[in-house]
Write a protein that binds this ligand. Structure first.
Ligand code: 6GU
Length: 243
């Protein structure tokens, strides 16, 4: 069982995304747990203020340290087992490898950054790992947290229907997936490649391998340079160069 605790000033943003599809099923099956916390509930003052102006001046608001510290203390107490992650565009860039490394955790606590910045002491004293979901700026860490929860949860055994399906994903294999087709074999003159209808599984596997390499080469050549290629794959790539 993998437990997520999410700290946010907009916890209601998470309700409907987690109430659908495979995440909903995973929650119902007890494979994962997601607990939402409103950081404002942990603010000390009567107006539940979670931000303040920066020391030294300048524009923008800064997320205060006390509400975040108090929320974390109430969730994890003195326990050191939880992985505490801050969602921030300054973090390490999330990818399938990071998702895999997090899927072996028992307890992940996610702090959603907000405002123009946050008090540096949150980073310094309270956070284990900082994660960004890519090189663009979001209004806050909430959507990024949803991406992380989704990508990590589907790696938890039992969450995907077919237990094989995560193993063959794009990025897990280091290659993009080959094109897929289903019935009808022809629609408005748009045809499914003949070989897939042949029933010859050796030829189908060869076609898929080549299609996967071809797609990766044209769309994501960076993945090919990162990956250890088998002799078979090198040969197929040489053939593709000739075509
Ligand atoms: Cl984690 N937060 C924000 N605000 N923007 C982002 C991000 C996170 N990851 C990419 N852009």
């Amino acid at each position: 069982m993998l437990r997520f605790d999410i700290l946010s000033i907009f916890p209601e943003m998470f309700q409907s995304p987690f109430d659908a599809s495979l995440i909903k099923k995973a929650l119902e099956k007890g494979l994962i747990e997601i607990h939402l916390h409103d950081i404002r509930d942990y603010a000390l003052d009567k107006h539940h203020v979670t931000d303040d102006t920066p020391y030294g001046g300048g524009g923008g608001m800064v997320m205060k340290v006390e509400p975040v510290e108090r929320a974390l203390a109430s969730i994890i107490g003195e326990k050191a087992e939880a992985m505490v992650i801050l969602m921030t565009p300054q973090g390490e860039v999330f990818n399938q490898g990071v998702a895999e490394s997090l899927s072996s955790c028992d307890h992940i606590v996610i702090v959603c950054g907000h405002y123009e910045g946050l008090d540096e002491r949150i980073r310094q004293y309270l956070i284990d790992r900082e994660i960004s979901i890519g090189d663009y700026v979001l209004t806050g860490g909430e959507f990024a947290a949803m991406v992380l929860v989704d990508a990590v949860s589907r790696l938890v055994p039992g969450v995907l229907g077919n237990s094989n399906s995560a193993v063959f994903d794009s990025f897990s294999t280091g290659l993009l997936e080959y094109p897929q087709y289903t019935r009808p074999a022809e629609y408005r003159g748009w045809k499914v490649p003949e070989v897939l209808l042949s029933g010859n599984h050796r030829q189908i596997d060869a076609w898929r391998k080549k299609a996967s390499l071809k797609r990766t080469r044209s769309r994501r050549p960076d993945l090919l340079t990162k990956r250890h290629l088998t002799d078979d794959e090198k040969k197929i790539l040489e053939e593709l160069e000739m075509e």
